[in-house]
Design a protein. Sequence first.
Length: 596
Amino acid sequence: MTHAEQILHDVFGYPEFRGQQAEIIDTVAGGNNALVLMPTGAGKSLCYQIPALMRTGVAIVVSPLVALMQDQVTALTVNGISAACVYSGTSSEEIRRIADEIMAERLQLLYVAPERLVMPRFLQFLHQTNISLFAIDEAHCVSQWGHDFRPEYQQLSILADQFTDIPRIALTATADTATRHDIQHYLNLTEAPVFISSFNRPNIDYQVVEKNNGKKQLLQFIRSQMNGQNGIVYCLSRKRVEDIAAFLCENGLTALPYHAGLDWHTRSLNQRRFTQEDGIIVVATVAFGMGIDKPDVRFVAHLDMPASIEHFYQESGRAGRDGLPAISWLCYGLNDWVLLRERIQLAERDATQKQIDLQKLDSMLAFCETAACRRQLLLHYFCEDSQPCGHCDNCIDPPQKFDGTILVQKLLSCVYRVGQRFATGHVIDVLRGRDSEWVHRFGHQQLSTFGIGREQTMKEWRMVVRQCVAAGYLNVDIANQALQLTESARAVLKNQQQVWLRPLKHDKTRTSHSNDIWLRTEREERLWQQLREWRKKRASQNNVPAYIIFADRTLQDLVQHPPANVADLNHIYGLGESKIKNFGQEIVELCQQWAN
Ligand code: ADP
Ligand code: ZN
């Protein structure tokens, strides 16, 4: 066993490294710089934590969010590692205590907010300190291309200038090349090796459904597949967040709202309950999530379409960080797309940036509309080649496309007949021959296309419209939402091109989970419940989230391999020396009492 493997096993209780962790640790522990691009949940933290334990001195970790720092420090402390954090709210006594710990060479990791780190006094202190390495977490914050730009991150170039001999490792989950170049530039890492991991999240299943009654669909999804599990539901507006949270509560679920309009107290209370309790659903705008390090989120539901694939990937990626099966569920409608386009147009950004945003939105719609493997498309977007995954909705239940040319021709010519000046609802009324007030007002019952689409329902026509928009035959006018023909519509109307559509009658909400869920026997269930109770008690005694005490995976392992004595615990996932020392005896007793 290498020294790094020894630490992984003894301190963290994990049997082996994942992906490129071993190589990265080797590089940094050897005194070299590194740039690490790894998706959320892949295990970036160990890449600097283990080198920090292998080298002498204290490791300085730059992190942008207080919540994130505190979480990490708690998790390290429970594993018997000496760590602390400093940010603007840290008291001066606490800072003195930390400084003493560092001077006595007892502290192994110090988390620091970037604005703190670049203060002259702090730098001066660092110069008198034995430093093992610098880790710059969430390194994409240096880049204006990203969505979390922090000007103070750019000042971190100081580290390269002033501490030439100390290795620097920068880590991020943002993959695009522009951001990567900015990180290399500002942190002076152009010469350093770059470690890029696959962005595939194999334990996340993707399910996409077309919206007809979003609320009901959501409730059905949770009830049929996710009862009693932790989850996050994302919506586009604050009002909708409130509405959906109330709706879920009325239906017997524990749902908490979270958005920037709530007062600080409510927000932190809800966030706390989510991280510490079990079976909680947070309904949120995108304001919620960054800095939430909860590994056992079992589902992320999008009740509205995200603005880009990057957003979708980041948000859905908050599910299943512990590697156990999780679901990303997305419910989308054409109205979401129209609303988001409007937002982009109204935003105060320059024309090029708006163009980029519109393109990103269209890629997102294409992801929703695709009949091919969702994962393959997602990875392709991040420049990664892959085979169909076999466990997204389209792989499990491939949509049988049909020749929809005639339907599409009917729709396109109706759009043309009404002068490309009317929104979807009215166009469909004309197609279906409805006697509406507007039809009369504009004399549209006289049109040759009036009533030529009676066999299709309103809902089915909406699906045709959406597919035509996604395929680029129709455009929606930003100003008045009127449907308009595009250049490519011509070939379809002239019978020069066939159009294949996804089926119109299809409800994709499945009732069973496609991944193998661990099915517990009655005996296992008993022990499982006892362990969860024990964990809850311990967590509240120590005032830390339950997963910091023991991860779900650890409990599962204990139930499946109940230990007969403390030595057996060395083979349990996630148990290092410190946890075994603190909890080992109790756990063995509990298992002995309930496992038989
Ligand atoms: P990231 O920062 O990349 O989002 P984390 O570093 O928080 O991810 O790791 C996610 C989870 O995976 C944590 O619970 C961590 O302890 C666990 N983990 C990391 N590396 C390993 C490994 N080699 N074996 C088992 N679990 C690991
Ligand atoms: Zn697939």
